[in-house]
Design a protein. Structure first.
Length: 242
């Protein structure tokens, strides 16, 4: 019995040491991975990297990690060649296979979310000048905000010879052809003006590309939330190092 107790104590001690060694190793690996992501993506700050699964050391020995979560604050993507800032970008990489010298890392698939504030999206949408919607009448989007439910409220400024009008519309958002698109549910009433639908929709409706996302992930779905639009992203066979 004494020998059995000693054996159990040894097993518990060794198990504890293994857990400690495993956690030390995973913490070190997360730091190294965060530095590599920062360098490869040219980030101003260090991202959060969390390697899931236990034990880590057996995953390391096998050259493949089950899941890796990456969180990036204030990521600068591209929209029509211009910069657009993503406030929060979070991605979960699945089945990350890496080379022994860590020179390459490929994820089988990835899912995640990206949130863009309404102010940042508005800057991208308003790059164009005001559009002429009738003789002597021009209109332009002036504001984007949460419209309740799954809607975005679009504020428009219309300049007429008789003064300025500021109608609003509620728009539905979705991903169309890889872009964030918004379409007004109904067209605004602009005083007594009889505006052609095509002309006013050229102002109220828009499509905005969000390019240059990390590792080649792509837009999947989009929904309106209180502090911006939240985009679901996905990808497969993603190069996390190159």
């Amino acid at each position: 019995m004494r020998a059995l107790r000693i054996l159990l104590i040894v097993v518990v001690i060794l198990g504890g040491l293994f857990v400690i060694a495993d956690r030390v190793a995973v913490n070190f690996a997360e730091g190294e991975a965060a530095d590599r992501v920062r360098a490869s993506e040219g980030l101003a700050g260090t991202p959060d990297v969390s390697i899931k699964g236990f034990p880590f050391l057996t995953q390391l020995a096998g050259g493949k990690l089950d899941d890796v979560e990456v969180g990036i604050k204030d990521y600068d993507a591209k929209s029509g060649g211009e910069s657009i800032r993503i406030a929060d970008l979070n991605a979960e990489m699945h089945g990350v296979e890496f080379a022994g010298d860590f020179s390459s890392a490929i994820a089988d698939s990835a899912t995640g979310t990206a949130r863009i504030s309404y102010a940042e999206l508005l800057k991208a949408v308003r790059k164009q000048d005001a559009a002429q919607v009738a003789p002597g009448v021009t209109a332009q989007i002036e504001g984007l905000s949460y419209g309740g439910g799954d809607k975005v409220k679009v504020a428009i400024t219309v300049h007429t010879p008789l003064g300025t009008l500021r109608p609003t519309v509620l728009s539905s958002v979705k991903v169309t052809d890889g872009k964030v698109s918004a379409r007004a549910d109904s067209l605004p009433k602009v005083g007594a003006l009889d505006l052609a639908e095509g002309r006013i929709r050229a102002v109220t409706d828009f499509q905005q590309a969000i390019d240059d996302l990390p590792a080649g992930i792509e837009l999947d779905r989009v929904e309106a939330v209180k502090d911006g639009v939240e985009i679901s992203v996905k990808g497969s066979k993603l190069d996390l190092v190159g």
